[in-house]
Design a protein around this ligand. Structure first.
Ligand code: NAD
Ligand code: ZN
Length: 379
């Protein structure tokens, strides 16, 4: 490509201050250095984590910053030492990486890479501690190694998954974070047997993806639990067969579920971030074989309390990060699940807007409207 090795000037949505609308600016994007790639982003979407760190309430404020981590794009150029990606490759950026060399990457059981595990406080590249974005020589910081709210971005090669070039990037871009997290939590961690009963706590994007995972696994009953009944109708599309609003009952949800299921559900997946829901998700599984999986990110001071007898009665509690998927190794296969029509991605996409209107995506998320809003970089 003619641009390889040169600084690219392009548009990016810059967050100058916490909580202030993003502003579209012309930024300079430096060429990728050793083990880095520069990617032309075509589609990106907004996830709660972007909003969380943009609001920076209780988070380390790192500004000015370019947010964005769910996206799809095409490799523009690669830095020294990059052998498994080339210009033209279709890719999904990932907020957590896979170096392929550390003990975690070498273990079949872990996806928590030592080198490239998510770091929300770092605003620079891991290689040289510098930012690749600038405006008039002033650095603009990165976010979780991806910064996809820019027409071009630079990432460590370990945070980039190469996917089937036939896959439509305007659809599969949503697989780079929340949807894969929920899907993997069920398919890879809860592993519901065919015909089983699965409870899903929290029916946001992650919970709906967890329900989709239960549907794909062949669960026969999928019980959705949410405090917001507006989520229920939508959740039917993701395989939920029954619903509980804890507010409608004066007994604990665990008991409501036990009565509905002859003693407890076979699997549960918690996707709320609420500590009470986490305890309920564990205590509602059947003794002898039940497995509960925690996905939600709890508040800093949260403590999980349950009677140890619940474990002795052979219930299992697990937690997962990014649905236990190894980003580079496994995401291409998740895309293939979509290509083979096993996984339905379209139903997660409720809105689509041009890049110039990116702040609308924040408004939609604040109002709790829809699931995913695709932001089109080329209009
Ligand atoms: P969301 O806010 O869109 O959805 C959460 C849902 O939970 C809402 O519908 C809400 O009404 C419901 N809820 C809240 N408290 C509840 C309670 N006590 N009982 C029942 N329902 C309750 O969020 P999301 O984007 O779907 O993300 C869900 C969680 O997953 C968040 O905590 C997020 O931080 C976390 N997450 C974890 C990982 C990971 O790798 N472990 C990755 C991405 C997101
Ligand atoms: Zn690693």
């Amino acid at each position: 490509m003619a641009t390889a090795g040169k600084v690219i000037k392009c548009k990016a949505a810059v967050a100058w201050e916490a909580g202030k609308p993003l502003s579209i600016e012309e930024v300079e994007v430096a060429p990728p250095q050793a083990m880095e790639v520069r990617v032309k982003i075509l589609f990106t979407s907004l996830c709660h984590t972007d909003v969380y760190f943009w609001e920076a309430k209780g988070q380390t404020p790192v500004f000015p910053r370019i947010f964005g981590h769910e996206a799809g794009g095409i490799v523009e150029s690669v830095g020294e030492g990059v052998t498994d990606l080339a210009p033209g490759d279709h890719v999904l950026p990932v907020f957590t990486g896979e170096c392929k060399e550390c003990p975690h990457c070498k273990s079949a059981e872990s996806n928590m890479c030592d080198l490239l595990r998510i770091n929300t406080d770092r605003g620079v590249m891991i290689g040289d501690g510098q930012s690749r974005f600038s405006i008039n020589g002033k650095p603009i910081f990165h976010f979780v190694g991806t910064s996809t709210f820019s027409e071009y971005t630079v990432m460590h090669v370990g945070c980039v998954a190469k996917i089937n070039p036939e896959a439509p990037l305007d659809k599969v871009c949503v697989l780079s974070c929340g949807i894969s997290t929920g899907l993997g939590a069920t398919i890879n961690v809860a592993k519901p047997p065919k015909g089983s009963t699965v409870a899903i706590f929290g029916l946001g994007a992650v919970g709906l993806a967890a329900a989709e995972g239960a549907r794909i696994s062949g669960a026969s009953r999928i019980i959705g639990i949410d405090l917001n009944p507006n989520r229920f109708e939508e959740a039917r599309k993701f395989g939920c067969t029954e619903f509980i609003n804890p507010k409608d009952h004066d007994k604990p949800v665990q008991q409501v579920l036990a009565e509905m299921t002859n003693g407890g559900v076979d699997r549960s997946v918690e996707c709320t971030g609420n500590i009470n829901a986490m305890v309920q998700a564990f205590e509602c599984v059947h003794d002898g074989w039940g497995v509960a999986v925690l996905v939600g990110v709890p508040q800093k001071d949260a403590e999980f309390k349950t009677h140890p007898m619940n474990f002795l009665n052979e219930r299992t509690l697990k937690g997962t990060f990014f649905g236990n998927y190894k980003p580079r190794t496994d995401l291409p296969n998740v895309v293939e699940m979509y290509m083979k029509k096993e996984l339905e991605v379209e139903k997660f996409i409720t809105h689509s807007i041009p890049f110039s209107e990116i702040n609308t995506a924040f408004d939609l998320m604040h109002k709790g409207e829809g699931i995913r809003c695709i932001i089109r970089m080329n209009n």
